[in-house]
Design a protein around this ligand. Structure first.
Ligand SMILES: NC(=O)c1ccc[n+]([C@@H]2O[C@H](COP(=O)([O-])OP(=O)(O)OC[C@H]3O[C@@H](n4cnc5c(N)ncnc54)[C@H](OP(=O)(O)O)[C@@H]3O)[C@@H](O)[C@H]2O)c1
Length: 245
């Protein structure tokens, strides 16, 4: 990926990815909603060797601007051959159970805004018959659990959307890479007690980029999560519903 649009560029995982892409000399179009943080990420990328860095502060829940946003990125970099979609919110499961508004907010950011952006991007990449779409989903989307099923639903829906998109775009030489991290030590999980399963954003960024380079389909990052989720998914529902997960 040499000309890359990064959506949610202020996320900790995206920032680590941007640092790696910049060191490779990529051209970057960075999108985030906090203009000050975004500016800092853009300046840092420029000092690390990015060929070109442009940025745009946008709330990605504003679906009406998605088409123009993608147009702007294509124009600014003279085309795109890669996208990293990283924005997301964890939400509060207890609050989501009390309030549809809270549930909708999680689904809107993690699934609907991603689906809207990917609809625009998929058509552009399909037409040019080239490119790599890298999207951060989550292991949480593999199975619904009482402790975070609203977030899990948003990521599960995203994973299924990406499966269909991959199936559609394979004949157009467009790779759709689903990245499923486990626990990552970022601001999103700052409130959680840490354990050995937590990975650093840098480790996840390395896994993300090597999956993108290899045009993989779905990857668990770190890879131990492939085994953990295989076990979790294989527990019968009759047993699973009695567990406190
Ligand atoms: N951390 C984990 O354990 C973990 C595990 C699996 C998957 N993931 C996924 O990894 C991705 C990156 O998360 P992270 O861990 O790096 O957390 P993070 O540092 O909290 O990043 C989340 C980013 O999403 C941005 N964002 C949220 N809503 C947005 C909107 N409407 N428009 C634009 N930007 C928006 C946030 O911007 P603001 O700073 O402006 O709020 C923030 O930069 C997310 O999709 C997350 O679901 C994380």
């Amino acid at each position: 990926m040499k000309k890359v649009l990064v959506l949610g560029a202020t996320s900790a995982i995206a920032q680590a990815t941007v640092r790696l892409l910049a060191a490779r000399g990529a051209s970057l179009y960075l999108v985030g909603r906090n203009a000050e943080n975004l500016d800092a990420v853009a300046k840092d990328a420029a000092t690390r060797g990015a060929a070109k860095v442009e940025s745009k502060a946008v709330d990605l829940n504003d679906f009406a601007v998605h088409e123009a946003l993608v147009d702007g990125a294509f124009q600014a970099l003279g085309g795109l051959d890669g996208v990293v979609l990283a924005h997301g919110v964890l939400g509060d499961q207890a609050e989501a159970q009390r309030s549809w508004t809270a549930t909708e907010a999680v689904l809107r950011t993690n699934f609907l805004s991603a689906a809207s952006l990917l609809t625009v991007l998929a058509n552009r990449f399909e037409a040019q018959k080239a490119g790599t779409l890298v999207v951060i989903s989550s292991v949480a989307g593999d199975r619904g659990r009482q402790s975070n099923y609203v977030y899990g639903t948003s990521k599960g829906a995203l994973t299924v959307f990406l499966q269909g998109l991959r199936n559609r775009l394979a004949k157009s030489n467009v790779a759709v890479v689903t990245v499923k991290p486990g626990f990552v030590d970022t601001p999103m999980t700052a409130h959680l007690p840490k354990n050995k399963l937590f990975a650093s954003p840098e480790k996840v960024a390395r896994g993300l980029l090597s999956a993108a380079d290899a045009r993989k389909n779905e990857v668990y990052v770190p890879s131990i999560w492939a085994i953990i989720m295989l076990i979790i998914k294989s527990i019968p529902e009759s047993v699973f519903k009695k567990l406190k997960l």
